[in-house]
Design a protein around this ligand. Structure first.
Ligand code: FAD
Length: 340
């Protein structure tokens, strides 16, 4: 247990924030012990769980106990000759887990290659990229109920996954800590998804035209991500800062009259509009204010441009973006990143 501990190395924005207490746990028993410590303090200490710190923005110090989850281990159970259940503990690095599965030729996670963070966080916002979300292969997750310290399992339906959303960001927020996640993956006859984004053209660049494998898809996704997203090791960021907004079809049609090139993906009576387009069209792409900027290749990604930004500065920048989009398009952007 460390006191007055700097969380700068534990968030990919690389902003300074101190935790009153900090500790790392490697098993459920240790976790229960430190939770007991927090609960027996008067008053009870607020708790913050940390995975890879790649979806979090500290705007102030954390006056409680920050717990870095380092539970490790991967296990598997065969279902039939085509499918396998693979379970990974919360502290496993997501990308390493994807690579582990690809080495065993287990399919289903390849489009989610190179997403930062840990396995235990993946259900929080139903991580997604290149036409796949974890809900597509998710079976269940084991959690610890923070109220009664009991173990509980959430199945697919109970997680209520949505776009960058789950029960753990809604009514389950702050109530559970995810300990491990189980996925159902294919062992053969993999469902190859190349139609999304630039996967197809990247495969062509790589000289791969037929018999595309899950390993090829992963390679293409890695190349695309490396070419357009800033590496948090070099430039602090948390990936997409905002969600793509969903607006009523009627509102979209009115906007289309004024901004005839506005892109939209209709789904029944609503339309999803790419937040990156709105931000770019409002002049924010590559724009820097003080230590913060919108990334020059990907407007949706806010960056700690100088390495000296405070969380408050990044938050204020995001508020300025939200206000300007609201004024121009009447659309209110929602932050994807968890604000502390
Ligand atoms: C360069 C870059 C690219 C990205 N691209 C994508 C992308 O393509 N798709 C996508 O979906 N996301 C993307 N992200 C966002 C991020 O990688 C994911 O949201 C990831 O799942 C966050 O994991 P983490 O372990 O780093 O979470 P953290 O930042 O450590 O935690 C996020 C939140 O979850 C809570 N939490 C963490 N672990 C647990 C747990 N075990 N139980 C309960 N609560 C917990 C934390 O308290 C916090 O509120 C990107 C981020 C970066 C930096």
């Amino acid at each position: 247990m460390q006191e007055n501990f700097s969380l700068k190395p534990f968030n990919t924005f690389s902003v300074e924030a101190k935790a009153k207490y900090f500790t790392e746990v490697t098993c459920v028993e240790e976790l229960k012990e430190v939770l007991h410590f927090a609960n027996s303090n008067t008053p009870k200490l607020p708790i913050l769980f940390l995975g890879g710190g790649s979806n979090i923005l500290f705007t102030q110090d954390f006056d409680g106990l920050a717990i870095k989850l380092n539970l490790q281990g991967i296990s598997e159970e065969s279902i039939n000759e085509n499918e396998v259940l693979v379970t990974a503990k919360a502290g496993e690095n997501w990308h390493n887990f994807v690579i582990h599965c690809l080495k065993k030729n287990y399919g289903g996670l390849e489009n989610l290659s190179l997403i930062p963070g840990n396995v235990g966080t993946s259900p929080m916002q139903n991580i997604g990229a290149y036409g796949t979300e974890i809900k597509d292969v998710f079976v269940s997750c084991k959690v610890l109920d923070l109220e009664n310290s009991e173990l509980k399992t959430f199945n697919l339906e109970e997680c209520r996954f949505g776009y960058r959303d789950s029960i753990f960001k809604q009514e389950g927020k702050g109530k559970y800590v995810i300990l491990e996640v189980t996925f159902k993956l294919t062992t053969k006859n993999h469902h190859i998804k190349t139609e999304y984004g630039a996967i197809q053209s990247e495969l062509e660049n790589l000289g791969i035209n037929d018999n595309v494998t899950i390993q090829d898809v992963s390679k293409a996704v890695i190349n695309i991500r490396q070419s357009k997203l800033p590496d948090p090791k070099e430039t602090g960021n948390a990936g997409s800062f905002f969600k793509n907004p969903t607006i009523p079809l009627a509102q979209f049609e009115i906007l289309k009259e004024k901004f005839n090139n506005i892109p939209g993906y209709p789904n029944g009576e609503v339309v999803k509009v790419p937040a990156g387009w709105l931000i770019e069209q409002s002049g924010w792409k590559g724009k820097q204010i003080g230590n913060v900027a919108s990334h020059k290749l990907q407007a949706l990604v806010l960056i700690n441009a100088t390495g000296n930004a405070t969380g408050k500065e990044i938050f204020d920048f995001s508020t300025a973006v939200i206000n300007s989009i609201k004024e121009k398009y009447g659309i209110e952007l929602e932050r994807e990143v968890n604000i502390i």
